[in-house]
Design a protein around this ligand. Structure first.
Ligand code: SF4
Length: 454
């Protein structure tokens, strides 16, 4: 249902495999070293199921799990096509031979039961991604299966990872992605929204950064309290407030907006119920959550604003030049157009990164749609919003982000200058800038303007 012009994962699978595909979640009886007292102890949110079905705890062996999953696939989805999802604890936390044998066993059981196994998905922690496992996944992919590695990344905010007591950092997650990507293994990231202290757009930031690392699939869920977890203790003491439905929907909408349209969104919320679920209770009303997300996506969603990297100089230049020639160049003589073309060339932008300029970008659908340059200490050297991104509040969002950067570096009242092009003066006035005197240098017409802010 929810996303804007984005096919659901079911639709994407149906297109790839010529019919409906059902995911069967399997508890492979793996363990997790993090549950056995690593430096920080267990993850804050982990219960005895270790994030899975708990099938083995309930006495259901592999064969029983596959047969009941296949029964559901046939009755509810009228299909024999399945993806086997190996999920419990950290699936790769077994000796390699045992890992390989359990997969072989699962494939044989499924095929003997008449399933058409089209894919295999292996879930684990980023710090348990080892060479043997990756090489075996490559071999399985070579046999025609659609093979995924699902990483419990949760967030790329290191403070958030510490709060969750994950005992690994964001670098570890990015390294695991790089190892899998180099082998051509499809990656799916599990991400959490609602970690105390996180930014409103942290889910989108994590997803966007991971997309640069080649992550193709995403499973989103809110941080929730399960029974018999450390998080339940904090919740009972009033030291943890679960995210509201509104916070969650906004964070997922931002993430969906920033990802490119080919990203595969495999989960939009958590699927857990009482008595295992303690809070928040809104999770149990899944149709309401999905409807709230659909409603949110029917209204404008802000672009994600973040710092740009020097490696993005080419893309920054393209946005600046495209926007300039689209809207400003007709106001300038040839000399001014040429001056600006030099100023906005990729090599000149890269030089200004080295010279201390800070560049910000606004992203939507996997593309840079707007950019700004802050030249130290406080001069807005460029601000361009491309094409249909105009009129969506993106220019204002970039200025707000620039103001935050100035305040966080100086910790005092702010002062920002800009040389506004003639057709941008009214925009800057609306943001509070003052200044009226037109000047021309090297054929470039501009109005020096100043903003004082706190
Ligand atoms: S990594 Fe997963 S299974 Fe291990 S302690 Fe954390 S949540 Fe539990």
């Amino acid at each position: 249902m929810p996303s804007r012009q984005r096919p659901t994962w079911s639709e994407q699978l149906r297109t790839r495999h010529g019919g409906p595909v059902c995911e069967i979640t399997l508890d492979m009886e793996a363990e997790c070293p993090h549950r056995e007292g690593l430096a920080c102890g267990d993850c804050l949110l982990c219960d005895s199921h270790g994030g899975d079905t708990g099938a083995f705890l309930e006495g259901r062996n592999l064969k029983g799990q596959i047969l009941s999953g296949l029964d559901v696939a046939r009755r509810r989805f009228h299909t024999d096509r399945v993806i086997l999802y190996l999920q419990n604890h950290s699936t790769t936390c077994v000796a390699f031979d045992a890992f390989k044998n359990r997969i072989d066993e699962a494939l044989v059981i499924a095929e003997e039961a008449g399933a058409i196994v089209v894919g295999l998905s292996v879930g684990t922690r980023p710090d348990l991604v080892v060479e043997d496992v990756l090489n075996h996944l490559v071999a399985l992919g070579g046999s025609g299966l659609e093979v995924w590695l699902e990483l419990d990344i949760q967030t790329l905010d290191d403070a958030g990872l510490r709060y969750l007591r994950r005992d690994h950092d964001s670098r570890c997650s990015l390294d695991a992605c790089a190892k899998a990507r180099r082998r051509g293994i499809a990656l799916c990231a599990h991400l959490i929204s609602g970690i105390p202290g996180e930014r409103k757009d942290q889910l989108a930031r994590s997803a966007e950064r991971l997309s640069q690392e080649g992550v193709r699939g995403y499973k989103f869920h809110p941080l929730h309290v399960l029974a018999d977890t450390e998080l339940e203790t904090l919740f009972r003491r009033g030291e943890f407030n679960p995210p509201s439905l509104e916070h969650y929907v906004e964070s997922v909408a931002l993430a969906l907006e920033v990802l490119n349209p080919e990203a595969e969104i495999r989960r939009l919320t958590a699927d857990v119920r009482p008595p295992r679920l303690i809070a928040p209770q809104w999770i149990t009303a899944k149709p309401r959550v999905l409807q709230a997300l659909t409603d949110r996506l029917s209204r404008p969603v802000p672009a994600l604003v973040r710092r740009a990297a020097k490696g993005e100089s080419q893309a920054l230049s393209e946005v600046a030049l495209h926007s300039f020639f689209d809207s400003i160049a007709p106001l300038y003589e040839a000399e001014g157009r040429e001056s600006f073309s030099h100023f906005a060339a990729p090599s000149r932008i890269a030089q200004r990164f080295d010279g201390g300029s800070l560049f910000l970008v606004a992203l939507r659908k996997g593309q840079i749609r707007a950019m700004a340059e802050l030249r130290p200490p406080a001069h807005l050297a460029m601000l361009f919003v491309d094409g249909d991104e105009r009129g969506q509040g993106t220019g204002r969002a970039l200025i707000e982000a620039i103001k935050d950067e100035i305040l966080s570096s100086s910790k005092t009242a702010g002062h920002l200058t800009v040389n506004a092009s003639p057709n941008a003066v009214s925009f800057y006035r609306r943001q509070g800038f003052l200044g009226n005197d037109e000047q021309t240098i090297d054929g470039i017409r501009f109005f020096p303007m100043t903003l004082e802010f706190r």
